[in-house]
Design a protein around this ligand. Structure first.
Ligand code: AQP
Length: 354
């Protein structure tokens, strides 16, 4: 696995400047919305998580309540939840160093989401572009109120942990802005309660695109499978997808996002997975055509994800042990989350049960 130097972010927090005594907090999560995570999840988020987990008090959640915003088979959702947790660990998130848990194991998440929904404007929630995109894609029959309030639950996830930074891909930037607005609004009305979090977005890899449609984000819920590289795909399948990726007729390996979106996307993936700079890869393949370039990338994909896949499958062979680890981590998460929720309930004037 390649560890990348931490650079060029929209925001960064030096551990120690925010909190001289304890580490600053980091929170992030992913939906168990497919059998496997995709390479955009890995490069846009997981790699940052892994690099940052020791510098921060890190909380990583499998956000299964969020996944309920799409129709699910119950048994499959349970399986996808374990698979997502296994992939976090296989990608290098250590449950002994980070708090890795399942969102629905901590009841404070939907409880705080309700409170935050009462201070969120209807118009404000309606401006979220991810809701607009997904509701258009799913159609009126499948679009639920839960999909509409999704960003409020996400705000609750983050604010419960007094989070300083949230490493995400750039599709989540608007949701973090809403989270910040809600934290500031609550603090202004009821007194300092929440830490106002900052997004951390790795600019060069903020968005990985579909291999067949390189102007659309690679996504777990993409319509076609051919453009998505899955972490748990058999390496030979991933290699074939790379070899069939859309490029252009120019034949030169050159980064030009506007005119060569396919090749540029492949260059970004190549650089991220190997820790190399894009110009060095361009130089290596100068005058050699796309076939060689794709072979090199396919090899990098297999080298990176072969071991991740093997480790994830090994972890999934012992679901009882995985469940035990998740339960232990949920206890720690609940401790922190409940402390925040109790303060919130007191501040807004709920009569507490004695
Ligand atoms: N293509 C991408 N490039 C860079 N980062 C990405 N992320 C997702 N796709 C890309 C980042 O991965 C994390 C996963 O977030 P999520 O599972 O909560 O949902 P998402 O952002 O909506 O991801 P998907 O894969 O597109 O899932 P579906 O299809 O279920 O909605 C986030 O940090 C995200 O930025």
């Amino acid at each position: 696995m390649t560890t990348r130097p931490w650079s060029s972010t929209t925001a960064s927090v030096e551990p120690g400047t925010l909190d001289q005594v304890t580490k600053a907090r980091l929170y992030s999560g992913m939906q168990p919305s497919a059998d496997s995570l995709q390479v955009g999840n890995y490069i846009g988020a997981l790699m940052q998580w892994r690099d940052l987990q020791d510098s921060y008090d890190a909380f990583f959640s499998v956000v299964d309540l969020h996944a309920l915003t799409q129709p699910n088979d119950p048994a499959e959702l349970r399986e996808k939840t374990r698979r997502t947790a296994a992939q976090y660990i296989a990608a290098g998130i250590e449950p002994s160093r980070s708090t890795l848990y399942v969102q629905s194991h901590v009841a404070a998440h939907p409880e705080l989401a309700w409170i935050l929904s009462t201070i969120t404007g209807f118009g404000e929630a309606g401006r979220m572009t991810q809701f607009k995109d997904k509701s258009q894609r799913y159609g009126a029959d499948v679009t639920s109120v839960g999909l509409f309030t999704y960003p409020i639950l996400m705000a609750a996830d983050i604010l419960l942990y007094q989070t300083n930074i949230v490493p995400v891909g750039d599709d989540q930037k608007q949701h973090i802005e809403l989270t910040r607005d809600l934290a500031e609004r609550f603090n202004a009305r009821y007194g300092e309660t929440f830490t106002v979090p900052m997004p951390v977005i790795q600019q060069d890899t903020a968005r990985i695109y579909d291999l067949q449609n390189p102007t659309a984000k690679m996504s777990k819920s993409a319509e076609s499978d051919a453009g998505t590289l899955w972490l748990l795909d058999d390496p030979s399948v991933s290699a074939k997808k790379v070899m069939r990726a859309v490029t252009d007729s120019e034949g030169s390996v050159r980064y030009d996002r506007e005119n060569k979106p396919g090749v540029s996307n492949l260059l970004v993936i190549y650089a991220a997975l190997t820790g190399r700079q894009i110009p060095a890869i361009e130089d290596e393949y100068a005058g050699r055509g796309y076939g060689d370039f794709k072979k090199g990338l396919a090899e990098a994909v297999v080298n990176e994800f072969g071991p991740v896949r093997a480790r994830a499958l090994e972890l999934l062979d012992d679901p009882a042990e995985l469940d035990r680890v998740l339960a232990k981590n949920a206890d720690r998460a609940a401790e922190v989350a409940n402390a925040t929720l109790n303060t919130v309930y007191d501040r807004i004037g709920l009569l507490r049960r004695r």
